[in-house]
Design a protein around this ligand. Structure first.
Ligand code: PDD
Length: 288
């Protein structure tokens, strides 16, 4: 028994649908040994996967970056997601997908004879952030970004992110805001947004951040709301003096950060730009 995971919940592993407590991976799986794999987290509302094409495009990019063979074509992935959703009665949930390089003798380099990637999929229970979080906003602390230099790959090698998130938990805040060389990168598992002088700012899409699926979406929502959007390096000072801060991710959607390092951000309440973007996000979900 794994606390919080019903034993009978169904997962997909290498061609089979199994009970989660029956699904087993080899101890020599390179995902286990080296963290050599990639993943996706797709939110599902009322049975509809949100931005599925964009998530599957990123999954393709992650596989290509690690040179892991693509196990399915696009229809194969969509079929798998539909089959997973057909096996749950949760309408609003998360689809988790993971592919590792597969099982091989432990050796750092890629296996010389090709091995089949390990393909795993599961549905996780999830509820959108409660109204109280949307209305009150979140707290965060700033920390140095000590992760590797390929944060653009959605890799299961998440130790840096795990340690970062634990720092937030230890400090009794909701998230961390990471800085590398004096510039904003991202949260432990979220993208960070800054509002300054009426403009929405985000760090550039490069190897220092994961391009969240909500990164593109926030740009679209800002354009629709007539909010100027700039993607550029953002200094620590700009973050500290921001009128508003926000975070975004599949599971947190879009939430305001109202305190950073114990100091209020702007008015200390979720601001007007957040309210506009949040309304746009809700409208996209409602239109699914
Ligand atoms: N995390 N940056 C990092 C480091 C992330 O792990 C995530 C998502 C994001 C936001 O990406 P998206 O908008 O596609 O969710 C940014 C997921 C939710 C996770 O690891 O559970």
């Amino acid at each position: 028994m794994i606390p919080g995971v019903p034993g009978e919940s169904q997962v997909y592993l290498n061609g089979e649908f199994l009970r989660v407590d029956e699904a087993k991976v080899s101890v020599l799986d390179r995902g286990f040994i080296f963290g050599d794999g990639i993943y996706e987290v797709v939110p599902v509302y009322q049975g509809n996967a949100f931005r599925m094409a964009e998530h599957l495009n990123r999954l393709d990019r992650s596989l290509a970056a690690l040179r892991i063979a693509q196990p399915f074509d696009r229809d194969g992935w969509i079929d798998l997601i539909q089959k997973l959703l057909a096996r749950t009665d949760m309408e609003t949930c998360i689809v988790y997908l993971q592919v590792t390089r597969g099982v091989a003798k432990r050796d750092h380099q890629f296996p010389s004879t090709p091995v089949a990637p390990t393909v795993f999929g599961m549905i996780s229970a999830w509820s959108p952030p409660p109204a109280a979080q949307r209305e009150r906003g979140l707290s965060a602390i700033s920390i140095p970004d000590e992760r590797w230099l390929h944060c653009e790959i959605k890799s299961v090698s998440l130790l840096g992110n795990v340690l970062a998130k634990q720092q937030a938990v230890d400090a009794q805040v909701d998230e961390v805001v990471q800085f590398r060389d004096g510039y904003l990168t991202e949260g432990s598992s979220t993208n960070i947004w800054v509002v300054s002088g009426g403009k929405l700012l985000a760090p550039p899409k490069n190897n220092l951040i994961l391009e969240g699926i909500r990164y593109g979406l926030m740009g679209e929502l800002a354009a629709e709301a007539g909010i100027p959007f700039e993607s550029r390096p953002i200094s620590r000072q700009e973050v500290e003096q921001a009128d508003e801060l926000m975070l975004s991710s599949a599971t947190k959607e879009v939430l305001a950060i109202v305190s950073l390092d114990g100091k209020p951000v702007g008015s200390g309440k979720p601001g007007p730009v957040f309210a506009q973007l949040r309304a746009g996000y809700d409208a996209r979900i409602a239109a699914l």
